[in-house]
Design a protein around this ligand. Structure first.
Ligand code: PLP
Length: 232
């Protein structure tokens, strides 16, 4: 096995082991947690390696970056791509062509644009609301008080299937500070009867699983440290 593939297989096994231990601790089934491999900043070849190792769900943050990568991914016939970075409504059309799941809905306007584009393409797009729980001004995502308005808007979008909530807690190198945010997101999902919960990353996936995550978004633990952007 080429070194890059062997290294990926090793990292995947370690992540899988962490997921297994976490689901066992809280009496959940492994199938109740979907591992989304966050491949931002890595070239298409790395996604191909991940796909060959068995992964089928990928998370990308930037529409343009993924558009540039897409040509290298034609062999990944049954892969699903999640947009997990902020989406401007003027990029809704191209996002519809590239992604099956948009995890970062934060406005009715964005929902309506996606619905229009998905309708034109004759597809249904899966969407999740990104919820801002930390009150940090710089963070994207919708305030929890606007969730009902977003659900109302989604109800009149026949080409959008709104399935859940997503959040990014404030950064910490310790998994425990994220727990109250995960717990709060789970409570909101219950309150609004939404089945999917996207929360937990490389550093805190166990905490997220314990608090009910159905989707974890893992980058560094699978692909290693992200390459630094090349400065001009
Ligand atoms: C980059 C990113 C991740 C993955 O983070 P890691 O710590 O590398 O696992 C998950 N979710 C979002 C929204 C991200 O931007």
């Amino acid at each position: 096995m080429p070194p890059e593939e062997a290294e990926f297989a090793q990292r995947l096994a370690a992540v899988e082991e962490r997921i297994q231990r976490a689901v066992q601790r809280c009496g959940r089934k492994r199938e109740s947690v979907t591992l989304v491999a966050v491949s931002k900043k890595f070239p298409a070849e790395r996604l191909v390696i991940a796909y060959q190792a068995g992964l089928r769900e990928f998370g990308e943050n930037y529409v343009q970056e993924f558009a540039d990568k897409r040509a290298g991914l034609t062999s990944l016939t049954d892969a699903r791509y999640h947009l997990i970075g902020h989406l401007q409504s003027n990029k809704a059309r191209v996002a519809c062509e590239l992604f099956q799941v948009i995890q970062t809905i934060d406005s009715p306007k964005l929902l309506n644009r996606l619905n229009l584009s998905a309708g034109e393409r004759g597809v249904t797009i899966e969407a999740m609301i990104e919820v801002k729980l930390s009150g940090e001004e710089s963070k994207s995502g919708a305030d929890p008080v606007v969730i009902p308005a977003l659900l109302d808007a989604a109800a009149s979008c026949p080409h959008i299937s709104l399935t859940g909530l997503m959040t990014i807690p404030p950064w910490s190198d310790d998994p425990e500070p994220a727990r109250p945010y995960f717990r709060q997101l789970a409570a909101l999902a219950r309150q609004y009867n939404l089945p999917k919960l996207s929360m937990g990353m490389s550093g805190d996936l166990e905490t997220a699983i314990e608090e009910g995550a159905t989707i974890i978004r893992v980058g560094t633990a699978l692909f290693g440290k992200r390459p630094k952007p090349v400065s001009a």
